[in-house]
Design a protein around this ligand. Structure first.
Ligand code: PDD
Length: 288
């Protein structure tokens, strides 16, 4: 079955889907994006993803392309046309549009919207239990990491460094030695006292939708959590570590650089949150 993409009002074969060479997303990274997980053919946390999209657009003064109701319709249609009935994801990119190249905003830009979807394998607990390796790298990004922009060069370079080191993710570290987040995920630890810790969401990190949901699930489960920064040293000495994102879900990290975390296996709280998140994905709450 051929894949279908949505490009500015048209559904077309994925291989033919294209935007103009003067799209400002292409020339200036002047755009934002969202990655929304699909579980059993339904979007997970679509509502908060759309809230974050609106916020990102607002911060960059990009005109909202259409109402949220219309965006939801297009997303559902992209899922339908790609016949995603199991697991998958939607990639949505919204840019300031096409204009003659000039750094300042064009006068009357027409916001561009592109959506693609693809299938993903079923999430499984095997693999999760073994955990993954992460490396640490300096955070060289700009000061508005709260905006989900398509300007991802620092993340691209960081992820490549992780690949080359045989690692799953690179944890970015600020000038004071605190972990900000992964290149495409939020970072968490569980302290020796059993506290769940993740950095408070401000302009230094992207406020992950998975992060918000995991915080909610942790609170419901009565798990003590603190939103505060933690250092690389603290992470290496932690009882557990994991990263979260729409595509990684809850992914235990069992090695950071050369340091094995605890006994080198996914920790109990990480697995509890993985299970809770998996259950959550098919609830009415997640599908609101
Ligand atoms: N990345 N931090 C960064 C820098 C990210 O790029 C992402 C997501 C997250 C987690 O956000 P969420 O839980 O909403 O997925 C945190 C997506 C998945 C990507 O770039 O593919």
């Amino acid at each position: 079955m051929s894949r279908i993409a949505y490009v500015n009002g048209r559904y077309m074969p994925h291989r033919e889907a294209a935007v103009h060479v003067e799209d400002r997303g292409y020339q200036f990274s002047d755009g934002v994006y969202e990655v929304v997980l699909i579980r059993h053919g339904k979007m997970v946390d679509e509502a908060p993803h759309l809230v974050r999209l609106e916020r990102s657009l607002g911060e960059l003064q990009i005109k909202t392309p259409m109402s949220n109701a219309a965006l939801r319709q297009v997303m559902a249609e992209v899922v339908r046309r790609n016949r995603i009935t199991g697991n998958g994801l939607i990639y949505m990119q919204v840019t300031r549009g096409v204009a003659k190249r000039d750094h300042a905003f064009p006068a009357n830009p027409q916001t561009s919207v592109v959506m693609t979807a693809k299938r993903l394998p079923e999430p499984s607990r095997t693999g999760v239990e073994d955990g993954v390796k992460a490396i640490t790298i300096p955070d060289i990004r700009w000061e508005r990491c709260d905006i989900k922009t398509v300007g991802l060069l620092a993340s691209v370079l960081g992820k490549q460094q992780a690949r080359e080191a045989g690692a799953y993710e690179a944890l970015q570290v600020d000038s004071e030695g605190f972990v900000t987040e992964g290149t495409s995920s939020n970072a968490w630890i569980v302290t020796a006292d059993g506290d769940l810790v993740t950095r408070r969401a401000n302009n230094a990190i992207l406020n992950g939708i998975t992060r918000l949901t995991v915080l909610k699930l942790a609170e419901r489960a009565g798990i003590r959590f603190v939103e505060r920064p933690f250092t690389v040293e603290e992470a290496k000495g932690a009882r557990e570590a994991f990263v979260t994102s729409a595509t990684s879900l809850v992914k235990p990290v069992t090695q950071i650089d050369d340091t094995v975390i605890a006994n080198g296996k996914a920790g109990g709280l990480s697995l509890q949150l993985f299970d809770a998140y998996l259950d959550y994905m098919t609830t009415d709450e997640a599908r609101a």
